[in-house]
Design a binder for this molecule. Structure first.
Ligand SMILES: Nc1nc2c(ncn2[C@@H]2O[C@H](COP(=O)(O)OP(=O)(O)OP(=O)(O)O)[C@@H](O)[C@H]2O)c(=O)[nH]1
Ligand SMILES: [Zn+2]
Length: 405
């Protein structure tokens, strides 16, 4: 089915069938015809030694009644072009191999990663879930948009969420003192983004997470655990936090699977993020902006505002810093993750999803209704940003000038 792959670096991978026209709409119809279910992929990331392998083994040995493909994306010293993949079903494990262009799934997923997974599913039957463990040094911000494939492309897999494991004992230290090898980390991880000196890999992994598992709880006191939770929430107030020992997560559904982190935006999590969390972390924080119900013309202006801020990272001056030198009076926001729920004047809600410079609005007229009334503030739209150099008052003012003026 993937006989005719497009290796153009800018083109997302497509499922190409020889007897169908090379057209996205027809392709997706073709996929519907074949009655293929789209398989969710969860990316598991975390610092070296946080407990990822322990988690994978726990999942593979549980009798969960699901067919889960587990892909390990360790980068070793050998440039293997095949990756080990373990398919677990009813406690039985089958080893498979995934052929990749250059041995690294995160680098080759654009070209061959998705199609490798698809052809494997043709051979072995569709999986219920795919779990991809990335190396300890990976930057999930690079990986996520590649898997965040549009419906129209007819792909058989979609990104369900990113789960980051942290080591309760070491995480605060990891956030404070980037290790020397982080600065020269995986070449692929930072080339496009010049991060400042205090941004560690742990920051990237936490800021891109939809779920954070704080593991090795047995190694810290209650007070230390609270400190870790507060620090993590201050970086990423959108992520759900679970505390574990030996990576024994309380459940699979909702913790690792069925997260729908990129196709839904849960009103409660937006509310939680907007409660105001102390800026405990100097490098990354979560900020919530509010907007009244929008007209469709204002939604277009918001689209432009988002392009400006996410793509060109324009300079935002701080209204409270008149007369201060330019350097200290403004900032260029660097946004890693965006989520929002926008209330429309004509009724309905638009969901906003973004990873780095990629973002999209999703219609959600019927999604929000069930949550109405849970908060007095539901009548307003909210946008949550996770990133660097976010000064809430300045961002809110810039947003209002761009959208409401
Ligand atoms: N005390 C304690 N040790 C743990 C816990 N979870 C995992 N470990 C141990 O921590 C070590 C590292 O765990 P792994 O699961 O290999 O961690 P990893 O994230 O896969 O590590 P890398 O693959 O090197 O990145 C192992 O010796 C585990 O047995 C825990 O909750 N408490
Ligand atoms: Zn890579």
């Amino acid at each position: 089915m993937n006989s005719d792959m497009d290796f153009d670096d800018d083109a997302p991978p497509m499922l190409v069938s020889a007897d169908q026209p090379d057209d996205a709409e027809n392709l997706s119809n073709h996929v519907d015809d074949l009655n293929l279910t789209r398989v969710p992929i969860t990316i598991i990331t975390g610092y070296l030694g946080a407990g990822k392998t322990t988690l994978m083994n726990y999942i593979l040995n549980e009798r969960h009644g699901k067919k889960i493909a587990v892909i390990l994306n360790e980068f070793g010293d050998s440039a293997d072009i095949e990756k080990s993949l373990t398919v677990s079903q009813e406690g039985q494990q089958v080893e498979e191999w995934l052929e990749l262009a250059n041995g690294c799934l995160c680098c080759s997923v654009k070209d061959t990663g998705v199609s490798a997974i698809e052809s494997l599913m043709e051979k072995r039957g569709a999986f219920d879930y795919i779990l991809l463990e990335t190396t300890g040094l990976a930057d999930p911000g690079n990986l996520a948009p590649l898997f965040w494939v549009d419906d129209g492309l007819g792909s058989t897999i979609y990104l369900d969420g990113i789960v980051t494991l942290v080591d309760a004992k070491n995480i605060i230290r990891c956030l404070s003192e980037p290790t020397p090898d982080e600065t020269q980390a995986d070449e692929n991880s930072t080339t496009e983004h010049a991060h400042g000196p205090h941004l560690s890999t742990a920051h990237l992994q936490i800021s891109h997470a939809d779920v954070i598992v704080i593991n090795k709880a047995d190694l810290v006191s209650e007070a230390e655990l609270e400190q870790v939770k507060a620090r993590i929430s201050s970086i990423n107030a959108l992520a759900k936090i679970h505390v574990t020992e030996h990576s024994k997560v309380p459940a699979l559904e909702g913790v690792l699977l069925d997260l729908h982190a990129y196709d839904q935006v849960d009103a409660d999590s937006i509310d939680f993020a907007s409660k105001g969390h102390s800026h405990l972390d100097p490098a990354i924080s979560t900020t919530t902006l509010t907007l009244p119900p929008l007209s469709s013309a204002q939604l277009d202006k918001l689209d432009t505002f988002l392009r400006n801020i996410l793509w060109t990272r324009f300079f935002i001056s701080h209204p409270e810093a008149e007369g201060v030198s330019v350097e200290s009076a403004g900032s260029r926001p660097e946004i890693h993750r965006t989520k929002g729920r926008l209330v429309m004047q004509e009724g309905g809600v638009k969901l906003l999803q973004g990873v780095r410079e990629v973002f999209e609005f999703i219609d959600a007229a019927d999604v929000g209704a069930s949550n109405d009334g849970a908060s007095a503030d539901r009548g307003n739209g909210k946008i949550v940003f996770i990133g660097r150099n976010l000064v809430p008052a300045a961002l809110q003012k810039t947003l209002e000038d761009a959208v409401l003026a």
